[in-house]
Design a protein around this ligand. Structure first.
Ligand code: F6P
Length: 395
């Protein structure tokens, strides 16, 4: 009997558009090379008691490239996710690792493709250190892995947020209201930055650039002075408030991570309190994670799936596929999970945005013409009274 020619694949962590395109890409390329593929269900959980998987073939992975979610299911909770985080590595129990090894041996797997974000890849790294033949595929809408120029799912999330901004733009302009869109992005503000630029945002608030309420109000008044009585503000869920606090959902903590949410509402409240301007807040939430992947994500995910199979065939284990334009490449998984990607505050996209006049909420010249307290800064409005100016100055 020749060497085992069966590959396992699983999708771990939060879902995102493009997971099915990876699965399809891997299965189609593997079967053409004479390999069988099995897909484990519900992320890493499917690997152990009770082991749950299904055979994957060209038939049951056909017609799924455009489908959001994952046909294998996923979870960001459970025995693997609860014990391992990127910044707080906790060793997986040896018994759990041994159980995974047993499953892989019983199914005669020659390799396991783990599709996931930083947490799931940190699990894959521990599998690799235990001697299991694993290959990683980077997935996250947050785009927060340095080792790859882009993760799949990011472009789809940005498209969704941009569409939301396009819609908010017209209603904001019609009513002369400020609109705040809160988007995902735990530690990195890539979605807010790209959607903010693409969707004509006026203010973008990121975890990476400290900002103030004065800075945000300043931009609103500056726009009003130019006859624009609405302002579009995009805020990443992980953008700390000016006092350095992450805004979280009360009573919605789980064993894995604190649920973020509410920074948009806080910004909205402060705008109304300081400027008495009508402001509405929209939390885009999981709409960003659902639905069909963009064409970019379909192509990237397909390439990732095919390259992951290539790495298994070449026995390049402990590697993660990555996109180094124009090439699809590979890096050690450990490099990927150790080096998370943040928006560089002086990077090209931020510089371009600033050149256009987009505010990051950090600039509020003391005596500039559009300072919130300057009476010449804006036409007579509700805020154009000494009392309102006082509100701007004293939070
Ligand atoms: O890590 C990706 C992400 O989309 C974050 O931006 C967000 O905070 C988190 O997942 C939400 O995950 P869930 O609601 O599935 O626990």
């Amino acid at each position: 009997m020749g060497p085992a020619k069966r590959i396992g694949i699983l999708t771990g962590g939060g879902d995102c558009p493009g997971l099915n395109a990876v699965i399809r890409g891997a299965v189609k390329s593997a079967t053409r090379l004479g390999y069988d593929v099995v897909g484990f269900l519900n992320g890493y959980e499917g690997l152990v008691d009770p082991v749950s998987y299904k055979p994957l073939n060209r038939q049951n992975t056909s017609g799924i490239i455009h489908q959001g979610g994952t046909i294998l299911g996923s979870t960001n909770k459970g025995r693997f996710a609860a014990t391992v985080g990127i910044s707080r590595r906790v060793e997986l129990p040896v018994e759990l690792l041994a159980a995974v090894q047993t499953t892989m041996e019983q199914l005669q797997l020659c390799g396991l493709i783990c599709v996931g974000g930083d947490g799931s890849l940190a699990v894959a790294q521990q599998f690799h250190e235990f001697g299991l033949p694993v290959v990683g595929v980077p997935k996250t809408i947050d785009n927060d892995l340095s080792a790859t120029a882009f993760t799949f799912g990011f472009d789809s999330a940005v498209a969704c947020a941009t569409d939301a901004l396009d819609r908010l733009h017209t209603t904001a302009a019609s009513h002369g209201r400020n609109m705040i869109l809160e988007v995902m992005g735990r530690h990195a503000g890539w979605i807010a930055l790209h959607a903010g630029i693409a969707g004509g945002g006026d203010v973008i608030l990121l975890p990476e650039i400290p900002w103030t309420f004065e800075g945000v109000c300043h931009k609103i008044l500056e726009r009003e002075a130019h006859g624009k009585h609405f302002t579009l503000i995009v805020v990443a869920e992980g953008a700390q408030s000016p006092d350095g606090q992450l805004v979280t959902r009360e009573n919605e903590k789980d064993d894995r991570q604190t649920r973020l949410g509410g920074i948009g509402a806080l910004v909205g409240q402060e705008i109304e309190r300081r400027l008495s301007r009508e402001t509405r807040v929209v939390v885009l939430g999981h709409l960003q994670r659902g639905g069909p992947p963009t064409t970019f994500d379909r192509v990237l995910a397909t390439q990732f799936g095919a390259h992951a199979v290539r790495l298994v065939v070449q026995r390049q284990f402990g590697k993660m596929v990555c996109y180094h334009p124009p090439s699809i490449d590979e890096v050690p998984i450990i490099d990927a999970v150790n080096d998370l990607s943040r928006v560089p505050p002086d990077g090209a996209a931020v510089q371009a945005a600033r050149a256009l006049g987009i505010s990051f909420g950090d600039a509020c010249p003391d005596d500039g013409p559009f300072h919130p307290t300057s009476r010449s800064a804006h036409p007579a409005t509700a805020a154009d009274t000494a009392e309102e100016h006082e509100k701007v100055l004293t939070p």
